[in-house]
Design a protein around this ligand. Structure first.
Ligand code: CDP
Ligand code: MG
Length: 246
């Protein structure tokens, strides 16, 4: 079932908010009473590298990118305790979901947030200087407590990246789904339709999957251009499969 007129957005409560015990504060700021939005799906995620890289793919190559991956994977805030590394991912639905939550989150840079919008969530964040091996400052990382999708298109990409269809109740699912028509196994950047040693089963016949994910795997098999990257399909099936402690 699809309900394409329902706005939705992805929120991540990042590791800096979790270590500061700000979850309750963030949820209150985003509550239905304040925003008119409702939660459609939620999960606790030990963020694997593939998921981190896909989520922040637009920032690949930027000076802060490697540090940003470490941040979202929880390695900055829990360097010695891999079991504490997590992010809380939430799908919110309702009119104007993207704009409302971006507004309450505030500007990306916590310094700007404090100047321009005191009281917004990100005004409680910090900016961390990044240094090279010589100790010279080469950039900065913004620890800004929450992620919020910036556009409707970004929300669709991100919700499908973090959530499987069955993580969201069927009656309120927005994006198109299909039943998988076969087995699809993943190993080392390749897709197989029969089991090979060391592979993981991504889809089994009859599984409800995002339509674009199924189209992507079919296209990969046929060596055709894919609507999404292979990693964006697979990453959600690796979530919480094993502790990422590299
Ligand atoms: O999160 P938002 O969409 O507001 O900003 P972005 O430009 O898409 O950047 C994604 C995330 O990268 C930010 O939320 C920051 O945590 C981080 N970032 C950073 O560390 N340093 C920058 N110069 C820009 C962004
Ligand atoms: Mg962004």
């Amino acid at each position: 079932m699809t309900n394409i007129n329902l706005d939705q957005t992805l929120v991540l409560i990042k590791p800096d908010a979790l270590i500061l015990s700000l979850t309750g504060y963030v949820l209150t700021q985003l509550s239905e009473f304040h925003t008119g939005l409702r939660i459609a799906g939620t999960k606790v995620v030990n963020v694997n590298r593939m998921l981190a890289e896909e989520h922040y793919a637009e920032h690949r190559g930027k000076v802060f990118y490697p540090s940003l991956l470490e941040y979202i994977m929880g390695k900055i805030h829990y360097p010695n305790v891999p079991s504490k590394r997590r992010v809380k991912a939430i799908v919110y639905q309702g009119p104007g979901a993207v704009e409302k939550i971006r507004g309450i989150a505030g500007p990306t840079n916590p310094h700007n947030a404090r100047d321009q919008k005191p009281g917004c969530i990100r005004s409680l964040g910090t900016v961390i200087p990044l240094k090279n091996e010589k100790g010279e400052i080469i950039g900065e990382r913004m620890d800004n407590l929450v992620h919020a999708s910036a556009t409707k298109e970004e929300a669709e990409r991100e919700i499908k990246l973090w959530f499987r269809p069955n993580d969201i109740p069927p009656g309120i699912r927005v994006y198109a789904t299909q039943q998988s028509d076969g087995h699809f196994y993943y190993k080392e950047d390749r897709i197989y339709t029969t089991y090979v040693a060391g592979s993981i089963c991504v889809f089994a016949p009859g599984d409800i999957v995002w339509e674009t994910d199924l189209q992507t795997l079919h296209a990969v098999q046929q060596n055709k251009p894919t609507p999404c990257s292979l990693h964006s399909v697979v990453a959600k099936y690796l979530i919480n499969e094993k502790c990422e402690d590299d």
